[in-house]
Design a protein around this ligand. Structure first.
Ligand code: HEC
Ligand code: HEC
Length: 199
């Protein structure tokens, strides 16, 4: 009889616990339609940056970085058969590492190699080149594919990382990515506050 009383008491606790659980949930309400619409507007700003050649040319699926500039009718595969290393390294193969040609700063002549001390391809799972807005959005939100980052950390990376920052200071003859690192950081924060909707 005593055992039954204890069981009943703990069952009651479970019920009480279940009753208060939703109130403790940080985000119980689904975002309103107005929030979603605002979030999608912010996403368009973010997408314009991530899909821009200054960003997408290193975030490729087929291990070949891309070149593009005003003189090229279309973006094309990087010359010299440059590609990801056989060991998966974003720095390329031994003998033709990125930093053979890409130095710490931009070359000052048009068509000279742009520069940054971390210059290398993005990891294979971070693919934007040739991907739709929906696909890029899903990738950025997926910790399995974004380097294990929360969206706050993705925003911070855009704000602070020097390789990302290169996209707004790409050297002579190259159009910078739209806006600035600061504006993109703020747009990501507003997008997250609106529930981070994807198209
Ligand atoms: C020279 C090649 C290169 C260029 C150009 C480049 N990236 Fe990347 N990107 C990388 C590498 C390498 C990583 C992996 C770094 C890490 O995870 O710490 C990365 C990772 C990221 C990440 C974190 C992972 C993710 O999927 O969320 C973001 C965000 C990002 N880049 C944004 C940008 C933006 C925005 C631009 C343009 C303004 C840009 N990148 C241009 C190479 C590049
Ligand atoms: C043999 C020299 C050489 C090597 C090695 C090399 N690059 Fe380049 N890269 C260049 C030159 C030169 C340009 C400028 C081309 C132009 O603007 O016409 C360039 C441009 C680029 C661009 C274009 C930037 C843009 O947005 O238009 C990317 C991306 C790039 N390289 C990535 C890489 C990566 C990643 C590696 C290593 C895996 C690498 N490169 C290795 C010479 C090289």
């Amino acid at each position: 009889m005593k055992a039954l009383a204890v069981t009943l008491a703990s069952a009651a606790l479970v019920v009480v616990g279940a009753g208060i659980a939703p109130a403790q949930d940080a985000n119980p309400e689904p975002p309103s339609a107005a929030d979603t619409a605002k979030g999608l507007q912010e996403w368009e700003r973010i997408y314009a940056v991530f899909s821009h050649p200054r960003c997408a040319n290193c975030h490729v699926e087929d291990d070949h970085p891309r070149w593009s500039g005003p003189e090229f009718a279309t973006t094309r595969v990087h010359g010299f058969n440059v590609q990801r290393g056989l060991d998966g390294s974003g720095m390329g193969n031994a003998g033709l590492r990125c930093n053979t040609c890409h130095f710490e700063t931009n070359s000052s002549v048009p068509h000279g190699p742009p520069g940054n001390e971390k210059w290398q391809l993005a990891p294979v799972e971070m693919v934007w080149f040739g991907k739709s807005s929906e696909q890029i959005c899903a990738q950025i939100k997926d910790p399995q594919r974004n380097g294990g980052r929360s969206l706050e950390k993705v925003a911070k990376h855009v704000h602070e990382d020097e390789l990302v920052g290169w996209g707004w200071d790409p050297g002579p003859g190259r159009e910078p990515a739209p806006g600035s690192a600061e504006e993109t950081f703020l747009a990501i924060q507003r997008w997250v506050a609106a529930g981070a909707p994807c198209p």
